[in-house]
Design a protein around this ligand. Structure first.
Ligand SMILES: N[C@@H](CCC(=O)N[C@@H](CS)C(=O)NCC(=O)O)C(=O)O
Length: 218
């Protein structure tokens, strides 16, 4: 079984990035040590020519594993799953696997891009700070309503059963963001609120939280 001991893994991350948070959880669950390379998104370090050589679109996360460089949390997680199969994140059952991809994609395609830093800065500058928060909330609530509906027939202790799986890695950071950054009324989402409590009891999830990262403000 591959371990990272012979090949130092590096993760380009920012404490506040929900996409990097997904990867931090996976690395922790799989017991993979990595070097944390902080990218200050507020200072625009993601746009430096040096960083863009790693990821031309200028986003975190980026994972470096020896000679291999891979960006985009979804791609990174699938890479990690194949290279480091310990603590599998994808169920064998095809239906459950498909639900994991569907839930993950609701977060990474239909919620996060609409409340990404670049989008929110754009709305704040061209419309208003209130419109920025409104936009984020509308899309988080729409996505969360869909997730509640989708997962009600699959959830156990975690999103799609009693084992932590792929969908949980996307849900935990997005729910955390809803509580922490957007102050969403989560009483309308009882299942997601319950999952949030369950994630707070898993060290691999807790250690991946924004406030635990080396670049988090003290
Ligand atoms: N689909 C990408 C999205 C990456 C992404 O949007 N990253 C954000 C942080 S969560 C970022 O780097 N934003 C910087 C910016 O918008 O300038 C992924 O899942 O990794």
């Amino acid at each position: 079984m591959a371990t990272a001991s012979d090949q130092q893994l590096k993760l380009y991350s920012c404490y506040m990035s929900s996409c990097a948070y997904r990867v931090r959880i996976a690395l922790n669950l799989k017991g993979l040590k990595y070097e944390y390379k902080a990218v200050n998104l507020l200072k625009g370090e993601q746009f430096s020519p040096e960083f863009r050589k790693l990821n031309p679109i200028g986003h975190v996360p980026v994972l470096v594993d020896g000679d291999l460089v891979v960006s985009d949390s979804f791609a990174i997680l699938l890479y990690l799953e194949e290279k480091y199969p310990q603590h599998p994140l994808l169920p064998k059952d095809l239906q459950r696997k498909a639900i994991n991809f569907q839930a993950a994609n609701i977060v990474c395609s239909s919620i996060q891009p609409l409340q990404n830093l670049a989008v929110l800065n754009y709305i704040e500058e061209r419309v208003s700070p209130d419109a920025k928060i409104e936009l984020a909330k509308v899309h988080i609530e729409k996505g969360f309503a869909a997730l509640e509906d989708l997962l009600k027939n699959y959830a156990g202790r975690y999103a799609t059963g009693d084992e932590v799986s792929f969908a949980d890695l996307f849900l935990a950071p997005q729910i955390h963001a809803a509580f922490k950054w957007f102050n969403l009324d989560m009483t309308q989402f009882p299942l997601l609120s319950r999952l949030h409590e369950a994630y707070n009891e898993i060290p691999a999830f807790v250690d991946a939280r924004p406030d635990k990262q080396p670049d988090a403000p003290s």
